[in-house]
Design a protein around this ligand. Structure first.
Ligand code: KIV
Ligand code: ZN
Length: 423
C-alpha cells in the first residue's frame, strides 16, 4: 500500500473491536463479517476484527474476517499475557496480512490500582508479549494503554523497549479522552524524538471522545508525527466513543490546505458504512452527527435555503455526494421560505403562479407548525386542496404524481457552483 508516502496516514478501523465493546453495540460474528466487507470497500488499511480471548464468537469473527477479507491487514487484540496472545495468533492463522495487537497500561494509576504491577514488571510483560506475538506475525502493534496520563520518561522507556522487541507500530492511546490537542501534539513530538534509531516504527493515535475532542486530538497527533489513526464508523466505542472515521476523512479532504495528510478512504462509501452499522447494531445515528447524521446536509431556515439555491457554497463546505449521500435536502418546515417551496414544487413537477405560491406557502407554514416537517406527500395534498378550493387551478405536469418518499429521498437539485475547496 502507499502508506509509506510522507503524509499518508494509515487508517486503523476498530469499529469491530473498541466500537463493538460499547454497551448496545455488540455484533455477532456473521454481522462482523458483513461489516468487514464494507470496511474493505471503504478503503481502510487495517481492520481490528476483535478480541479473540473475550469469547468463542469473537474468536470466530476474527478467524472468518481473516480468512475472507484479504486486502487490508486484519488485527486481533491481546493483553500482554501468553494465553491472549496465543488465542489471537490462532484466530489470525488464515489471514493474508495478520497484525498482532498487544497492549498493557503504562500510567501509574492503571499499574498500581488496576494491574497491581510495578513499572519494571510492566516493561517485562510488554517485551515478552511482543516477542511472543512475533511467533504469529511480523506486523506487531503495541499499545501503551492510558499513554496520555503516563509519566513521559517511563512512556519513552516503554516505547524503546517494545520497539527493540519487534513492535512495528506503537499506539499511544488517550484511553479516557482526557487530553487536549496541544498536549497530545507535544506528546507525539516528544516520543518521536526519543525513538530508538535504525528501527522504522509507525506511531499511532487512538483517541476517545469523553470531552468531544477525539477528532481534534487525532489531527493534532498527526501534526506531532502520528502516521496511523485508530477510529470507528459513526465514532462508536467505549463510553463517548472513538474518533469517527467519517469526520477524520472529510476534515483531511476538505481542509487539505491546513492538514497535509492523505488516507486511502473512499469517502463515497462513508454514508453506506454508517447506515449499515446502524442497521446491524440497531443504534440510530444522532441527527446532527457531522457527515452522516440525518441533518448534516439538510436545511430548513429560509435564509439558508435561499442562499443554497443561489450558490450551495453559501452554507455547505462539502457535497453530500462526496460522502455517498443522495443529495442536499431542503426540509420544508416553519422556518422555510418561498424560494425553497417553489424549488420543491418544481422538483415534484408542480408549476405555480405567484398567487398560488403565496397561498401554498401559507398553507405549508400552518401544516409545519403542527407536524414540524412537510413531506412531499403532505405538500401534494396541500396542492390538491388548493386546487379544489381555489379559483385558479394549479397546473400540474401530466406525469403521475411521485410516490410518497421520505425527505431523505427527495433531494432538490441545486446548480453546481464548482467548489474551490479541493473536494
Ligand atoms: O482505549 C484504549 O486504550 C484501547 C487500547 C486497548 C488500544 O482501546
Ligand atoms: Zn479504546
Amino acid at each position: 500500500m502507499d502508506a509509506d508516502v510522507p503524509g499518508r496516514v494509515v487508517i486503523f478501523d476498530t469499529t469491530l473491536r473498541d466500537g463493538e465493546q460499547a454497551p448496545g453495540f455488540s455484533l455477532r460474528h456473521e454481522a462482523k463479517l458483513r461489516f468487514a466487507r464494507t470496511l474493505d470497500e471503504l478503503g481502510v488499511d487495517v481492520i481490528e476484527a476483535g478480541f479473540p480471548i473475550a469469547s468463542e464468537d469473537d474468536f470466530e469473527a476474527v478467524r472468518d474476517v481473516a480468512r475472507e477479507v484479504r486486502r487490508p491487514a486484519i488485527a486481533a487484540l491481546a493483553r500482554s499475557v501468553p494465553r491472549d496472545i496465543d488465542r489471537a495468533g490462532e484466530a489470525l492463522a488464515g489471514a493474508a496480512r495478520p497484525r498482532m495487537h498487544v497492549f498493557i497500561a503504562t500510567s501509574d494509576l492503571h499499574l498500581s490500582r488496576k494491574l497491581g504491577m510495578t513499572r519494571d514488571q510492566a516493561l517485562e510483560a510488554a517485551v515478552t508479549g511482543v516477542e511472543r506475538a512475533r511467533r504469529f506475525a511480523d506486523d506487531i502493534e503495541f499499545s501503551a494503554e492510558d499513554a496520555t496520563r503516563s509519566d513521559p520518561d517511563f512512556l519513552a522507556e516503554m516505547v524503546a523497549a517494545v520497539v527493540g522487541a519487534g513492535a512495528t507500530t506503537v499506539n499511544l492511546p488517550d484511553t479516557v479522552g482526557y487530553s487536549v490537542p496541544e498536549e497530545i501534539r507535544a506528546m507525539f513530538r516528544a516520543v518521536r524524538q526519543r525513538l530508538p534509531e535504525g528501527r522504522p516504527v509507525v506511531l499511532s493515535a487512538h483517541c476517545h471522545n469523553d470531552l468531544g475532542l477525539a477528532v481534534a486530538n487525532s489531527l493534532a497527533a498527526m501534526e506531532g508525527g502520528a502516521r496511523q489513526i485508530e477510529c470507528t464508523v459513526n465514532g462508536i466505542g467505549e463510553r463517548a466513543g472513538n474518533a469517527s472515521v467519517e469526520e477524520l476523512a472529510m476534515a483531511l479532504k476538505v481542509r487539505g490546505d491546513r492538514l497535509p495528510f492523505t488516507t486511502g478512504v473512499r469517502t463515497s462509501v462513508l454514508f453506506a458504512a454508517s447506515q449499515l452499522l446502524s442497521e446491524l447494531t440497531g443504534e440510530a445515528v444522532q441527527a446532527n452527527k457531522a457527515i452522516v447524521g440525518r441533518n448534516a446536509f439538510a436545511h430548513e431556515a429560509g435564509i439558508h435555503q435561499d442562499g443554497l439555491l443561489k450558490d450551495r457554497r453559501t452554507y455547505e463546505i462539502m457535497r453530500a455526494e462526496d460522502v455517498g449521500r443522495p443529495s442536499t435536502t431542503l426540509v420544508l418546515g416553519k422556518h422555510s421560505g418561498r424560494h425553497a417551496l417553489r424549488a420543491r414544487c418544481e422538483a415534484l413537477k408542480v408549476t405555480l403562479s405567484r398567487l398560488e405560491l403565496d397561498e401554498l406557502y401559507r398553507a405549508m407554514i400552518r401544516r409545519a407548525e403542527v407536524c414540524k416537517v412537510v413531506e412531499d406527500g403532505d405538500l401534494l395534498d396541500l396542492v390538491g386542496e388548493l386546487r379544489r378550493a381555489g379559483p385558479q387551478p394549479v397546473a400540474a405536469a401530466p406525469s403521475p404524481a411521485p410516490s410518497r418518499r421520505s425527505r431523505w429521498e427527495s433531494p432538490v437539485t441545486i446548480e453546481e457552483p464548482g467548489y474551490g475547496f479541493g473536494v
